[in-house]
Each structure stands twice: as structure tokens, then as C-alpha cells.
Design a protein. Structure first.
Lengths: 436, 436
């Protein structure tokens, strides 16, 4: 005779059969019940326990409690200890977020190294409700209200339809032992206030509240998927991926009365915070930009250009020595001696090998750079003027590399060759330099 | 010196200048404050008061309170009385919904007849919060959480950013009198429980709760607009409007993992309730259907067809008399004598006028109908067989009309003419019957 929990697990997740399952077990009520339930099901299980070292000796007490339980019940167990506070400090995270990062990255690592299939956690309906209310009190968007899903990626939460009361009842009926978390009474003031005062009041207003709430969350999850659908469809109409960059067509975008919602949806994951500055960018003059830690959003005429901030400083130089055939970093260049001469637009140049002086230098362009553009009868021109004529955007300009021979520009790479190194009637050896 | 309320009104709604404004005034705290605020602004105002007759003498007390106030302050006032309970009973509505229906339809009527521009109501931030919580306790979707907007159509709610406490403070500072609604203490148990117990607890958790909540609602409103965007974009890909019907292409629709969300979004407004039956329809056999009070959703091969349920019974007949030139109901037909004979596909037939016996009868087809299809050398055929050969859907079949002369079918309208009435060498007078 299986319990309603076990019937739920086998019917809702039939694909678990024959799979290897990790159970995330803290030692508290919920995870000890999950462990007990799974012990009676025909799955191959192992326990994962993280010691976050946040409650001193008590944390180690939890660890040995679970270790003993697993030893007695012959369940394989993996444990680890984290210096959670130090990690949180290093990465400027809240303790809670740090613990989650550490936990899940360890979980996923073990899935790979131990060749397991899924991780089961003991989250239940009241967890989702409490998180909903916490986010609500702080102000949140749809994503703060939809709750943790029963199943995503390789994490499964089989107790999510059940309330804390139901889990407690099972624990008592089956004489399950667990460790009480002392922070329940102190640290977690907010969650406890919600658990002990607010939620009972909601359940008093509607005794069936938890069910109604689960319906609400599933409707909100549906809405969230539709928001993502809209975001993708509009993105396809408005955005163009150009190399590592994304170009957003402002003429198209501004047709939408709610274009700010879409910008937020698209740019959120790139670490931007100054949303009002971003919204202002839409109507600002060309050349203005907003930065996140790793990305830049640039207004360029009728386009917003999102691009990763280059990690190569503008001062760096790279040498190319005689006989080098392939340069792979920072650009892929190929140099070779050739007979047949056909210029492949901006991808390759042919130069008189005897005019070249090695090592060639590969560097970013500078404001003062001057060269003799091919086809201009030896007249010189500022590189910056060339860019202006070619109508390059700030981002495009920053990406341009210069190839030099003895301080003279040989090639504004991808744009224009220098007249001085071109092949002539007198040329004996030709060097082809090709951008790949 | 204007109050913060008045500053908000003039800056948030600058377009109100020179407009004629109705104020919806119940006589309670919120609306008496709104009235007081608007009296000091340079707008042309008039008061609207509905007596819903839900609290006996007290309701009339409210009415005369406002009447006196307006008389003393020389403010034009319009009042009306509703038998709300009777209306609710007739239309099977809750008292609350009935009152809202009555109120807003009267408001909109007066906007037209009195030539006013906007209606201002006194909803405030706590109203939105209380509604949010009520809907949450019952289970709801995104639309139940987004709240009433500050401005929609011709209704403006200028107090929405402010809390009940702020409004109370203004009332006390300005010695404003109002009528206490006795139902506050009795009928409205739920709203009061939320107001007096639950909301204070949320404000205790975060003293800035109401602000955070307003942010939440504005994020949710943005999400709701994006849900509508997605709904419209997918509709354009999947749906085709054919006359009064909408055809949903199931092959397209089923490519979406969340197609049920979209069906709900599209069909919700047509009064359907049996959602599981509708979702089942997608994979059911051709010919199955789900009905709402006024609409039918039919599975027809790879299509779901939404159509209004016809109001014309299948028994009804319509007569056409000799000399009639135009028939306008239930179809538009034109009859005329012609010389030039060209058959315009299925839109018109030419018959030998002397073979016709008036009155012609226009009726829906019956299961037993038999006729002699044009071009089949006088062989007879069941009309139902013709429909089958033409692969008509159930809905298309139900829309077919039959034109008869002396119990003989002259035309299965729009589909096939009868051989017996066709024009021949011997024809003297031709009658053209044209579908318009």
C-alpha cells in the first residue's frame, strides 16, 4: 500500500523508473519525509547533504544525523562543506542566494561525475506560498509570483502539491525523526511571521486556500510562458544578431506602445540596472551608451547595439614574425606566398613581400593613425576620417584592427589596404594576408 | 496652495483642463474627499449618485446627504435609483456585479446625453490591494491580480496612488463630512477582515508595503499587455475570419506546446465554460462540438470553427411573391427579368420564369430533401448527398438555404441549381435570382 505521496510520484513522474536519483536532504522534516517515501519505491537513490556551516556545531550535528541514518539504512550518501559566508562576501550575494548557488552547482557537478539522472528536492506547497508572499511584500514581477516548478531541467520536486500539514502528518504516522532548524525560530523571522500569522489568516478566509493558490500559480505560469512567447516573437521582428552583437531596430521597436517592457525582457539577463537610462537611450542622440559590468548598449542612429565589452585593452599589440602562417589571436589571419592574385573584397590583401618588415604588429587603431589608402594616388588620410566616410558606428570602430609594418599601416583590416605596400610591376614576392 | 492630491491630478491628467467631469459620489469618505478636492480645481464638475436600494432607509439617507451638499455648494447633481436585487436575480449576477453593471451603464449613458467628457471615481490604493487579496484567496489569473487602472476609456481614478490613511488625513484636516456605510461592519465581512487584520500585518512586515505593491501591480499590468500581444500575434498566425465564423488551424495551433493557454485567451469572451471539453476537442473526431449560450465550437477535420448559434429555427419559411425584386431577410436575394445570360458561379441562377410558381419559399434544408441537380440529365439526388460530396462542414450545412417552387427545389442556394427550372430553347421569359 503506497501513500498518496508515493502514488503521486509514480503517476506524475513515470519516467523516473530505472533512473538514478539524488535526494537533497537537509535533515529537516520535509527532506526526511521525502527520503522515507523514496526508500520504499523501487528507485536507485543516493542522498546529497550540504553543510553550509551557517549554524556552527548544529550544522555538523545535522550532517552526522543524516550520515548515521544513511549508514543504518544502507543508503549511499555524498556530503560536502561550504564556507558560505566567505563565498557570499566574495561574490556580494545574500547568504541565502550564496547557499543556493553553492548547493545547485555541487548538485549538477555530481550528476555528471556520478552519472545520476535527477535530483529530487522536498519543496512543498507552503514553500511556494511563503516565497510568493515574501516577494509580494518586497514588490515583484510575474516571475516572483509564479513559484518553483514541479519539474525543471533535472530537478524534480515531488512534494510540491502537498502542504506542510500533510507532510507532518505522514512523519508522525511513520515515526520519522528529523532535526529542527534553530534558525526557524530566530533568523527566519520573516518566513515565520508569514508561516505562523499570515498564512493561517488566509486559510481562515478560505479553508481551501492552498488549492486556490496552486491554481493561481499555474495560471500565472501559463501567463509567464505567453510573455516569453511575445518576447521571442517581437525579438524576431526587431532584433538582428550581427557577430557577437545584437542590433535592435528602433523604428520597428518604437511602433510598440509597450516597447519598454520588451527592452526589459531582452536586456535583463545582461546585467543592466539603469533601466531609466536605457529607456532614455531610445530617444537620445547617436553615440550615447549605457554599460553593465560586461555589456554595452549603444545608440547608433536608428539602432540600439548590444555588445560584449571587449576584454582586450586598446593598448595591446600582437607581433607577427616572418614565416608565421597562421595568427589565431586576437584575430584569425593567414599569411602565405601566392601566385594567383584575386582580391576577395575586404577579407584579404596582397602586398609586396619585400616592402614588409617583420615582425608585423597587430594592434587597435589610434586617434592619430594616418595611412595612404589604396587607390588614392599615395595621398594620406586619417584613419578616423576613413571611418567617418564609411559611417562606422562607435562599436564597429572599436573592433577595427590595424596591421603595421615598421610603424606604417599596411592594412586597416577588413576596410582598406595601404597604397605603399601594394604589389607593382617590380614585385618579386607576393604575400597574401587573409582574414578568416 | 494645492494639496499633493490636487498636484497629482493636475500633473498626471493635464488633459482634464477645460473638460466636463462627472464625479461618482456614494457619500462615503473616499468620494466626499474626491468631491472636495475637485471643488477647488478649475474644472466643470457634476455629481452622479446611484441609490442601489440595498440598505433601505440608509440608502435614501445617503442620497439626501449628497443632494443637500450639492445644493449648498451649487454643484449640479444627477441621481437615480436601481432595484439592484431584482436586476441581479433576473440576470443571475451577484449583487456586487449587478450594482457595477447598473452603475457603469448609467454613467456611460449620461456621458452621452449630458455631453460630459470623463467620469472620476474615488478608488484608492487599498481598494486595489483588497481586491488583489480577495481574488488571491479565491484563486485567480493574472487579470485578477493587476488591479483597476488609473485611467481606462473614459473613467479616471485620480486617488489610486493614495492610501486610505492619506485620504482620511485629508478629510480630518479639512473637516469633511461623510456617511459611514453600515455594511462596512456587517455584509462586507471578507473585505473588512482583509482591511483590518491582513493588510496591517503586511504593512508590519514592510512599512513601505503599499508602494511595493503598486510596483508589483504595474509590473503585472505590463506582463498582461505582453500576454495580449502574444495572444494577438498567435491569433494572426492561426485564425482566419470567414464571414461570422472564425476558423482555427489546428495543425498550426498544435505546434505550440501551450496552445491551451491561447485557446482560453481567445474563447474566454464567448462565454464558454467547459474548458476541458474544448481542449479535448483539439484531438477529437470531426463533427464533435462544444456549446456556450450563444456560440458553438466545432471540430471539423483540421479546424476548430467558432460560430454564433443561429437564431433562425430550421422550421421557419419565408415567402417570395411575384414581382418581388429584393428579398433582404434572411438572405439578400435579387430577382429580375433579364436578357443577357451569364452564370456568375454560385451567386446567381437563371430560371425559366414560366416554370416558376409563386410564392417561392425560402427555407432551411431538411434531411429528406431531394432535387435534380443541374447537369445530371434529370437524375435526382439527396441534398444531404450533395453536401457530403461537396465536403461541407456541419456549420456550413446548417447555413444552407433552399429556394422552392411548389415544393420543388429550384436552388440549393450558393451550391447548385435544379435541372427542372433551367432555361431552354423554348424559354420565353427568364428570371435571374441573385444572391447578394
Amino acid at each position: 500500500m503506497f501513500s498518496k505521496f508515493q502514488n503521486h510520484i509514480t503517476s506524475r513522474f513515470p519516467f523516473l523508473e530505472d533512473k538514478k536519483l539524488f535526494l537533497a536532504v537537509s535533515g529537516g522534516l520535509d527532506s526526511m519525509v521525502l527520503l522515507h517515501l523514496l526508500q520504499q519505491l523501487p528507485y536507485e537513490i543516493a542522498v546529497l547533504h550540504c553543510n553550509f556551516q551557517l549554524r556552527g556545531l548544529e550544522s555538523f550535528g545535522d550532517q552526522s544525523f543524516i550520515q548515521n541514518y544513511c549508514d543504518q539504512n544502507e543508503i549511499p550518501i555524498f556530503t560536502t562543506q561550504f564556507d558560505t559566508e566567505a563565498f557570499a562576501k566574495d561574490y556580494k550575494l545574500s547568504t541565502q542566494v550564496a547557499a543556493r548557488e553553492l548547493r545547485y552547482s555541487w548538485f549538477y557537478e555530481l550528476l555528471e561525475t556520478e552519472n545520476f539522472d535527477y535530483i529530487l528536492t522536498a519543496h512543498h506547497a507552503d514553500d511556494n506560498l511563503e516565497t510568493f508572499i515574501i516577494n509580494l511584500t518586497r514588490g515583484t514581477g510575474l516571475d516572483g509570483l509564479i513559484g518553483i516548478p514541479e519539474e525543471n531541467d533535472r530537478i524534480i520536486r515531488p512534494l510540491l502539491p502537498f502542504s506542510r500539514d500533510e507532510i507532518m502528518e505522514y512523519a508522525q504516522e511513520n515515526n520519522i525523526e528529523w532535526r529542527e532548524d534553530s534558525s526557524n525560530a530566530s533568523n527566519k523571522y520573516l518566513r515565520n511571521k508569514i508561516r505562523h500569522d499570515l498564512v493561517p489568516m488566509l486559510k481562515e478566509i478560505n479553508p481551501n486556500f492552498l488549492n486556490a493558490f496552486q491554481k493561481t500559480q499555474s495560471y500565472l505560469q501559463e501567463s509567464q510562458v505567453m510573455v516569453e512567447d511575445a518576447s521571442i516573437m517581437i525579438y524576431q521582428q526587431v532584433a538582428k544578431e550581427v557577430g557577437d552583437d545584437i542590433h535592435f531596430d528602433l523604428n520597428q521597436l518604437k511602433k510598440l506602445p509597450n516597447y519598454k517592457s520588451y527592452l526589459y525582457q531582452w536586456l535583463n539577463e545582461f546585467g543592466f540596472l539603469a533601466w531609466n537610462d536605457i529607456y532614455d537611450l531610445v530617444d537620445s542622440q547617436s553615440g550615447k551608451q549605457v554599460l553593465s559590468a560586461e555589456f554595452r548598449l549603444l545608440k547608433n542612429r536608428d539602432t540600439l547595439i548590444l555588445s560584449p565589452i571587449s576584454e582586450i585593452s586598446e593598448k595591446e599589440e600582437f607581433e607577427i614574425h616572418e614565416g608565421d602562417q597562421d595568427v589565431n589571436f586576437p584575430l584569425k589571419l593567414r599569411l602565405c606566398q601566392v601566385g594567383d592574385i584575386t582580391i576577395d573584397s575586404n577579407k584579404a590583401i596582397f602586398v609586396d613581400a619585400e616592402k614588409i618588415q617583420f615582425p608585423l604588429i597587430l594592434r587597435k587603431w589610434n586617434e592619430g593613425d594616418v595611412f595612404h589608402p589604396f587607390g588614392m594616388q599615395g595621398k594620406s588620410k586619417k584613419v578616423s576620417k576613413l571611418f567617418k566616410d564609411e559611417k562606422l558606428s562607435l562599436i564597429e570602430k572599436e573592433k577595427i584592427w590595424i596591421l603595421c609594418s615598421d610603424n606604417q599601416i599596411v592594412w586597416v583590416i577588413g576596410i582598406r589596404q595601404d597604397e605603399r605596400f601594394k604589389i607593382e610591376n617590380t614585385t618579386n614576392r607576393i604575400l597574401k594576408i587573409e582574414l578568416q
